[in-house]
Design a protein around this ligand. Structure first.
Ligand SMILES: C[S@@+](CC[C@H](N)C(=O)[O-])C[C@H]1O[C@@H](n2cnc3c(N)ncnc32)[C@H](O)[C@@H]1O
Length: 242
């Protein structure tokens, strides 16, 4: 399947449609920038909040999330990458001298700038669900390897529900929240299983949250958890052990 993000027109449509497709995107970005300072120390009961100095933004797109992070953390510098040359160029223009943005893909060996192994924070926002599961697992390993000890990986993504047996129950609960609290309709791709052919047909290769948490642990991450979830949108990650 050709990656639809290589079509500049597809990428240009993203900013205007981002909130429509993902109504809680602004909240997700606030959660991400708040968690961005978390740093694991040797004592597992203690958690320092240290402003990140070196950030990796994988699938950074046009640099919207990176811009917010750099504004909040004035001491930070950022390395970002995206498969779309247009998006990478726009991100570089937007972020200026504190960022170095390269055109690169999850699907290839990462260039040197992405392998510096001293990142305090590795971030992947709404990007890795575009690649096949086997590549997600390889990329989780890469994120782990480029973080310095104690560093944090954070992912914000839509996730698949997985088990069709729970769909009716989820629908009923969601519709209750909808009628009582004005929730939006269930996102169209919420009730996707993990059948890769079907997901690939739609262009979104969603994996279940439970699977991804397991893959993060297998990649060596500790304190793996889901930090925020609303419908099929989740923010999760883990720490590289100090
Ligand atoms: C939904 S956008 C999110 C962009 C940005 N993270 C944000 O939240 O504003 C998904 C991004 O993933 C990028 N992407 C898709 N497939 C990729 C791949 N194989 N390697 C690197 N980036 C990819 C797209 O070009 C696009 O910029």
């Amino acid at each position: 399947m050709t990656n639809p993000w290589l079509d500049p027109a597809h990428g240009q449509r993203f900013p205007e449609g981002a909130t429509e497709a993902n109504p809680s995107r602004a909240e997700q970005i606030e959660v991400l920038v708040t968690l961005a300072g978390a740093h694991r120390v040797s004592d597992p009961d203690a958690m320092d909040l240290l402003p990140p100095r070196r950030i990796l933004d994988a699938g950074c797109g046009r640099g919207f999330v990176a811009e917010r992070l750099l504004a909040i953390h004035p001491q930070a510098t950022l390395v970002g990458f995206d498969v779309s040359p247009e998006a990478a160029e726009e991100a570089q223009r937007r972020l200026g001298g504190r960022a170095r943005i390269v055109c690169a893909s999850f699907e290839e060996d990462w260039p040197g700038a992405l392998k510096e192994k001293d990142f305090d924070l590795a971030l992947c926002v709404q990007a890795i669900h575009h690649v096949p599961h086997v590549l997600k697992r390889l990329t989780f390993q890469r994120f782990h390897d480029v973080l310095r000890p104690g560093g944090l990986y954070l992912q914000s993504d839509p996730v698949a529900l997985g088990d069709p047996a729970v769909f009716p129950c989820v629908k009923a609960l969601w519709n209750r929240l909808r009628s009582l609290h004005g929730f939006p309709p269930l996102p169209e791709n919420y009730l996707q299983g993990d059948a890769e052919e079907e997901l690939e047909r739609r262009g979104d290769l969603l994996a279940g949250l439970d699977k991804q948490l397991l893959w993060l642990k297998e990649a060596g991450f500790a304190n793996v958890d889901c930090f925020w979830k609303h419908g099929n949108r989740a923010i999760f990650g883990g720490f590289r052990l100090p």
